[in-house]
Design a protein around this ligand. Sequence first.
Ligand SMILES: [Zn+2]
Length: 196
Amino acid sequence: MAVIKNIQEKYMKEALKQARKAYALGEVPIGCVIVHQGKIIGRGYNRRNTDKNTLSHAEITAIRKASKAIGDWRLEECTLYVTLEPCQMCAGAIVQARIPETVIGCMNPKAGCAGSILNVLEMPEFNHQVAVTRGILEQECSEMLKTFFAELRIRNKAEKEARASLRNDGQLLFGGQTLQNMVHSGIFPVNRDHTL
Ligand SMILES: [Zn+2]
């Protein structure tokens, strides 16, 4: 059991490496790797905004690359590792690709479809079920997302404040006064050769 966990953590670390690539692009940091007979045959990370494409989720990219490596749409004998619980599209693709096993870092209560909102991976009604392991390197996976969203909130707030300091007519305010007013009142002396 400990051996299996070590292997799972080893590949989840590789998925985290992919997630960091998304982070560096300002994308929600989600990464994925697909392993076949001890070898990584597909890697992917979220590039949705960069590519302006709904299909640019980490898992879809990794599945595409793994299929190319194997030369088959069926990814039998493969294990998919992903840092965040897959969405409905990716969970569907995992079932469609006949991937027998999926290992998940942290869960996504608001959008996950591997047990949170739906459990597409383990529906007995489908012709294929996926064995799922959850919570591998859960803390690292969720910390990366939390840090990303905390930084995003700070960035959005700073941008909002910068916008608010612009008046409706587009003039910048300095301590509540326009630059023009400050020049007229002598607060901001200006060389008349360089009129505003
Ligand atoms: Zn997805």
